[in-house]
Design a protein around this ligand. Structure first.
Ligand SMILES: [Zn+2]
Length: 489
């Protein structure tokens, strides 16, 4: 087996002290059987005898009698992706220069769009974070890197250049992609670190921290991290603020800003803190790559229709598919005549899944049974489930999430409609009682909480309920993306 250890740093206050450290290192190497690659090592020795700093004015250090290469005054050593010079310390770092080749390489790689994003998140971005943090890259520089990252992700996922930042930076649980935003996160990290330094229990740390604090820089970061200016002294704020609260809500703010957008934010508030309806974002199980991409466009209201194309300009927006109505996303998905068959198929898919679950749980399932009542006329509920003389009437609907209450209202109207037929249904099937439900899903994947009650009534164990809710949500999305695929042709 081959073990590999990297990035070991030894420090000492004197030449002799370092020599002792190196002897300890030698013994450590002998005990562990590790070997050292001396060519990749580097050392420097700073002294200031008469206020003038000298570099490497001393005898060689060595490991196992081999001298360690010196890092001269004009040279630097790359440690954890950061160039360190003996006299100048951490050298300026250009994160954009580092990220661009990475983005190009990932773009060219034979990977699926979502794999590219994952690659970037898992390996790419981390390579610039440490350097950008350590060398105090300014907000403008980081903002440029964030822009490059966003543009790359937009092109990989075939998202419109105008897609709002909220889709990228909101948390997955709120319906975003949860991408890092370096401008924010690095500032938060720096402010937190200085808070901890100022509040350190260690006596030396406490004395050194205020002396070393880069005041102007950290004051700017404070504003980015907390979204307010420093009140009074920065030092005092750092010394008294709990580091855990700094920047804690930045993703929530991103989401709120996204929700506030007139076009792209429409109906998004309904997806806040909803791990079920947003599950597909992190785990696109059951969605093909093309469905996933369309679902992102759908969620961010950026599917190109005549309405989005002509935003801000006057143009004819009559639906190209049916020749009636205004070609917006809601029209295409939930009103357009041309896709009536597709909508029915989606609706039937949901009914079918629900009947399978019902049968598995021992219910007798009647699909689209005509119920006639002399006073009320006829009703055809999607499903009537019967077991032990009890009945459940369930009518399914898929509707576009326009407002937070859209789905609940639809469910309530279903209940109002079919409740009236309860006596007739009891008579027809000799039941002692029936309960009526609307089973409503959003066209963009919203799982209506009332549906859980239906699943409970059906006798589904709690542990299975969540998984099935996620499945229903993904099915609803897939139904909508299948319409969009036809529309786009
Ligand atoms: Zn139409």
């Amino acid at each position: 087996a081959l073990a590999y250890a990297d990035d070991l740093v030894l420090l000492s206050g004197s030449w002799a002290g370092m020599a002792v450290n190196l002897r300890i290192l030698e013994r450590f190497l002998e005990h562990t059987g590790l070997d050292i690659k001396i060519k990749k090592c580097g050392g420097f020795f700073l002294r200031a005898p008469n206020q003038i700093v000298t570099v490497n004015h001393c005898a060689d250090w060595s490991i196992h009698s081999i001298p360690i290469p010196w890092i001269g005054e004009t040279q630097s050593y790359r440690y954890l992706g950061v160039d360190v010079s003996p006299k100048r310390g951490i050298l300026p770092f250009d994160p954009r220069k580092e990220i661009l080749p990475l983005l190009r390489k990932i773009s060219k790689a034979p990977l699926k769009p979502t794999q590219k994003v994952k690659m970037l998140l898992t390996y790419g971005i981390l390579r610039v974070v440490y350097g950008a943090d350590m060398s105090l890259v300014g907000t403008v520089g980081l903002r440029r890197v964030d822009l490059e990252i966003r543009n790359a992700v937009k092109s990989w996922l075939h998202l419109s250049p105008s897609t709002a930042d909220g889709l990228f930076y909101s948390a997955k649980v709120d319906g975003g992609l949860g991408l890092p935003r370096l401008e924010k996160q690095i500032a938060i990290c720096q402010v937190k670190r200085w808070c901890k330094m100022m509040q350190a229990k260690d006596a030396k740390c406490k004395v050194l921290a205020p002396a070393l604090l880069p005041k102007a820089e950290i004051a700017k970061r404070w504003k980015v991290a907390t979204e307010v200016e420093v009140e009074g002294s920065l030092q005092a704020s750092l010394a008294t603020t709990d580091p855990a609260v700094i920047g804690r809500k930045w993703r929530v703010s991103e989401f709120e800003r996204w929700c506030g957008l007139r076009c792209q934010g429409r109906g998004l508030a309904t997806f806040a803190r909803d791990p079920i309806s947003n599950n597909w974002l992190g785990d696109p199980w059951g969605l093909h790559e093309s469905d996933y991409i369309l679902a992102l466009q759908l969620r961010s209201s950026t599917v190109s229709t005549l309405t989005t194309l002509s935003r801000g300009r006057r143009r004819n927006t009559t639906c190209r598919a049916c020749g009636r109505g205004w070609e917006g996303i809601i029209h295409v998905v939930s009103q357009c005549r041309s896709f009536k068959k597709n909508r029915m198929a989606n609706h039937n898919n949901i009914c079918r899944l629900l009947s399978i679950i019902g049968r598995t749980l021992g219910w007798e399932v009647k699909r689209e049974k005509r119920i006639t009542c002399p006073l009320l006329g006829t009703a055809v509920p999607d499903l009537i489930l019967i077991k032990n003389g009890r009945g459940l009437v369930v009518d399914v609907a898929i509707c576009y999430e326009v407002k937070p209450a859209t789905l609940r209202r639809r469910a309530e109207s279903k209940v109002n409609k079919y409740d009236k037929f309860a006596p007739s249904i009891c008579n027809t099937f000799c039941l002692t009682g029936v309960k009526t439900y609307g089973f409503v899903l959003g066209a963009r994947g919203k799982w209506y909480e009332g549906n859980s009650e239906v699943l409970s009534e059906m006798g589904l164990p709690r542990s299975r309920k969540k998984a099935l809710a996620k499945l229903f949500s993904a099915r609803a999305i897939r139904g909508t993306t299948s319409i969009l695929k036809v529309f786009k042709k």
